[in-house]
Ligand binder design. Structure first.
Ligand code: SAM
Length: 285
């Protein structure tokens, strides 16, 4: 995925209405689903869990730290916003959509989340996430802070997540989708489904936060390289779409990052993302 690319972070707030009749472009919808989800799932499932020592030796150790720092800043900021809007001691309910191996579990624990839903398309990653969660709360002292938790595998671009929650009428305070929403930009239908999943259980006035690759930066680098393939020792991008006039959906490129990622991804046209969010009652803040 997008670990070495310049990233952009977005935050949207849930509104009470469905939003005015915002026109979401129906053209350039990426066709009727050349589905890459299975490729992505199989790719992430194959990534070995490496210990801390191996991770420290990795070429992308500092980049990972940087990505984690960005996520921590956003999570801390919006945790504070949630706490500011809810009475002391209130429940704090979070959906970690595309949670992977649980890279943000410690962040959720530090935020004193009381109910955490973790979901990802990659079953193996999800199992690793669940195991990590179990070891985190082994000590009795920690046990008392243990949140209610739900883990399940699902394709967030094709399936309704809500129907898989223990309580489909749950009201969430934070939905987080870190380094993953861009996979849905394969087609309008998939992006629309993922946005609906992000929005439909958010309590009014609460937040959807996320991090995605910066499509403008990728296009800039492609232009600068004057080639559809560019990169360095650490990462390589190969565009597999019309780079003179990229489609709004299905603007595909292959992303390779050191030894960890080799996957098809899709550019996210941010104004389109914003319109889609509005359609589902989410306003950019
Ligand atoms: C780069 S990883 C990020 C994992 C985690 N959010 C983090 O920040 O550590 C991207 C994750 O998105 C998941 N993903 C990709 N497409 C998905 C889809 N259609 N539905 C659910 N998860 C998906 C992948 O399996 C992978 O775990």
């Amino acid at each position: 995925m997008s670990e070495s690319e310049e990233n952009s972070t977005s935050v949207t707030e849930s509104r009470d209405s469905e939003g005015e009749s915002t026109q979401t472009p129906q053209h350039q919808d990426g066709g009727n689903g050349e589905q890459h989800s299975a490729i992505v799932a199989s790719h992430y499932n194959k990534i070995q869990e490496r210990g801390l020592v191996a991770r420290k030796k990795s070429n992308i150790y500092f980049m990972r730290n940087f990505n984690n720092w960005i996520k921590s800043c956003v999570i801390d900021k919006y945790t504070a916003q949630v706490k500011g809007k809810t009475p002391l001691g209130s429940p704090f309910r979070v959906l970690d959509m595309c949670c992977g191996k649980g890279g943000d579990l410690i962040k959720w624990s530090n935020a004193n989340v009381t109910h955490l839903i973790c979901t990802d398309i990659a079953q193996v990653s999800l199992e690793q996430c669940e195991n990590r969660f179990k070891t985190m709360y082994q000590k009795e002292r920690d046990f008392q802070r243990k949140p209610k938790v739900e883990f399940f595998a699902a394709d967030a671009t094709l399936q309704q997540l809500r129907s898989k929650y223990h309580d489909p009428s749950i009201k969430l305070h934070l939905v987080s989708c870190q380094f993953a929403f861009h996979y849905s930009f394969e087609s309008f239908k998939q992006a629309d489904c993922m946005m609906k999943n992000a929005a439909e259980c958010l309590d009014e006035g609460f937040y959807f936060i996320g991090t995605i690759p910066d499509a403008n930066e990728l296009m800039k680098r492609q232009r600068r390289a004057m080639s559809d393939t560019f990169g360095n020792d650490i990462y390589r991008i190969q565009f597999l779409c019309d780079t003179d006039n990229p489609p709004l959906f299905g603007a595909k490129y292959n992303f390779q990052l050191d030894e960890v990622v080799d996957c098809p991804e899709f550019l996210v046209h941010f104004p389109t993302f914003e319109k889609l969010a509005l359609k589902h009652g989410l306003r950019l803040v």
